[in-house]
Design a protein around this ligand. Structure first.
Ligand code: SF4
Length: 240
């Protein structure tokens, strides 16, 4: 095992069984093992149908649904059902393709380790710059037509934006939330902001329209951070 502190990656680069005492088969404990259609139809595995959107077990398996996928069943503690007490796979020779293809040779990212120089402000600045480099002022976006907008609001207490949308198949409501401590929207402001994504306004007009409507000066950096989050959550989509 090697730690690359600069890249913040942990490499388990020896043979799997040699590394097992260190990694404790984390790969079999924390991720879903999604199955191909052939694997589902083979009847070899105990599986559960899950909602692709919510990642929870499907509550109406009798319904036709495009959002359904299948994964290996898990134990109550979240471990793969086939993981033995000895942290070894009990169906090793018959394990699904996802498991056979899995490798640690590129290392595991230590997501929780933050270098001191990566302050939250630096991180936000870089994210805003990355988004700004990809977006242009004349681009137009619309509210995602595949989401029925149920409710989007700003929680000043938690400093986060919360969107509750209904999926097109009306199977479930999906809640997305993301922290947004950069600007405290009122409910009216956020609703008015989202209304500006009508497919006619380009990004420049959304920003200037919002500022003019509320006599504000929402900085471009904050604007791009917000656009980035709305895009990543699928609340707005690129129109043309
Ligand atoms: S099938 Fe085997 S290798 Fe795959 S996750 Fe389960 S225990 Fe691990």
């Amino acid at each position: 095992m090697q730690l690359n502190a600069k890249e913040r990656r942990l490499f388990f680069n020896g043979p799997c069984l040699d590394e097992l005492s260190m990694c404790q088969a984390m790969c079999c404990r924390q991720w879903d093992v999604n199955l191909s259609l052939e694997e589902v139809q083979s009847n070899k595995y105990q599986l559960e149908s899950i909602c692709f959107v919510t990642k929870k077990e499907c509550e109406s398996p009798e319904k036709e649904c495009l959002n359904r996928s299948y994964r290996l069943k898990k134990k109550e503690n979240g471990d793969c059902l086939y993981l033995g007490e000895d942290s070894k796979c009990s169906i090793y020779n018959e394990r699904p393709k996802v498991c056979r293809d899995f490798t640690c040779k590129d290392g595991w990212r230590l997501a929780d380790v933050v270098r001191p120089s990566d302050s939250k402000e630096d991180f936000d600045q870089k994210r805003a710059e990355n988004v700004a480099a990809k977006l242009k002022g004349d681009m137009r976006f619309v509210l995602n037509p595949f989401n029925q907008k149920a409710e989007i609001f700003y929680s000043p207490k938690k400093e986060e934006i919360v969107a509750v949308v209904e999926r097109p198949d009306k199977c479930c409501l999906v809640t997305s939330r993301f922290p947004f401590p950069h600007f405290k929207f009122t409910s009216n402001q956020l609703a008015a902001f989202l209304d500006l994504f009508d497919g006619k306004n380009n990004l420049d007009k959304v920003l200037s329209g919002f500022n003019a409507q509320f006599n504000l000066d929402l900085p471009v950096k904050v604007f791009y951070l917000l656009i980035s989050s709305l895009l990543s959550k699928g609340i707005i989509v690129f129109k043309s």
